[in-house]
Design a protein around this ligand. Structure first.
Ligand code: MF3
Ligand code: CO
Ligand code: CO
Length: 269
């Protein structure tokens, strides 16, 4: 395979080389390690800014680069999305209170490769409705991951996620999607978390992308606040998200962002 350089499919999706998986595993493992380090820090009284400061320090200590600092004007090493914030919450002075649920999303660059992952945390005591939302969202991500193998389509992934979530009487956010990644942050395809079986591009060995479903207890509609980043549910219902970066193999996939400490879900156990 020495002369194989990788190429783009007709849909503009990059097919990576077998040796490229190692770069993605290194980047993914760092992003996941940083999320592991957040587990003991998430508690009532903590600010989202303090969590982000620790993330910034961990990226630097690893000799890596934050992919989000400077990305389209974004200034922080993480997105921290609390309660009805769907995604792209900006860390800052907000103080966590008992029962808050939050997603922390970190993307790092290691030797040119991007690792992008997020998971859910709770400050203090978790209520039953929030726990169910988080469980369904986690399981929806894995319903999608189970569909990842050569010959299946991106529509198969979206359909698996959507049908599972809606059977639980929750809704899938349409306004944000997963994405190809590798030596870039966001590349084709858009990985929709809804869809019809057999539609959209066909999966091939060597494709790298994220799956990152956002699930709401209420309606799927979102709006972006005046800060131009923070996306919230229009009906103010609770929202959850999980994200993994994965690569398609000959017979399935590898997850690049597995938690080294086994703390992906639940983070509060
Ligand atoms: N990590 C997010 C994703 O999953 C993107 C964050 S972009 C930022 O694609 F600028 F908001 F950080
Ligand atoms: Co992503
Ligand atoms: Co992300």
């Amino acid at each position: 395979m020495d002369s194989f350089e990788g190429y783009l499919t007709k849909d503009g999706i990059r097919i990576h080389r077998p040796e490229d998986f190692a770069g993605m595993h290194a980047a993914g493992a760092l992003a996941a390690h940083i999320l592991d380090e957040m587990v003991p820090m998430v508690r009532p009284g903590m600010t989202t800014g303090a969590l982000n400061d620790r993330i910034t320090a961990l990226v630097e200590a690893a000799g890596a680069t934050s992919a989000t600092i400077g990305y389209r004007g974004y200034q922080h090493a993480s997105c921290i999305s609390v309660n009805h914030v769907v995604c792209h919450g900006i860390p800052g002075a907000k103080v966590l209170k008992d029962g808050d649920i939050l997603n922390i999303d970190v993307t790092v660059i290691v030797d040119g490769w991007f690792g992008d992952t997020s998971r859910m945390y709770v400050a203090g005591k978790l209520n039953r409705r929030a726990e169910r939302l988080i469980q369904v969202t986690h399981d929806a991500l894995f319903k999608g991951i189970e569909m990842v193998k050569p010959g299946n389509t991106f529509g198969d992934i979206g359909h698996a996620i959507q049908s599972y979530v809606e059977a639980q009487r929750m809704s899938v956010v349409r306004d944000f999607c997963g994405h190809g990644l590798g030596q870039v942050f966001h590349a084709p395809p858009n990985v929709l978390h809804y869809g019809r079986p057999g539609t959209a591009a066909v999966l091939e060995e060597g494709m790298f992308f994220t799956i990152e479903p956002m699930v709401n207890l209420g309606r799927p509609e979102t709006k972006v606040l005046a800060d131009d980043w923070t996306a919230v549910t229009r009906d103010k219902s609770l929202s959850a998200q999980f994200e993994h970066s994965i690569g398609v193999t000959a017979d399935g996939c590898e997850i690049f962002t597995l938690s080294p400490g086994g703390k992906y879900h639940p983070t509060w156990a």
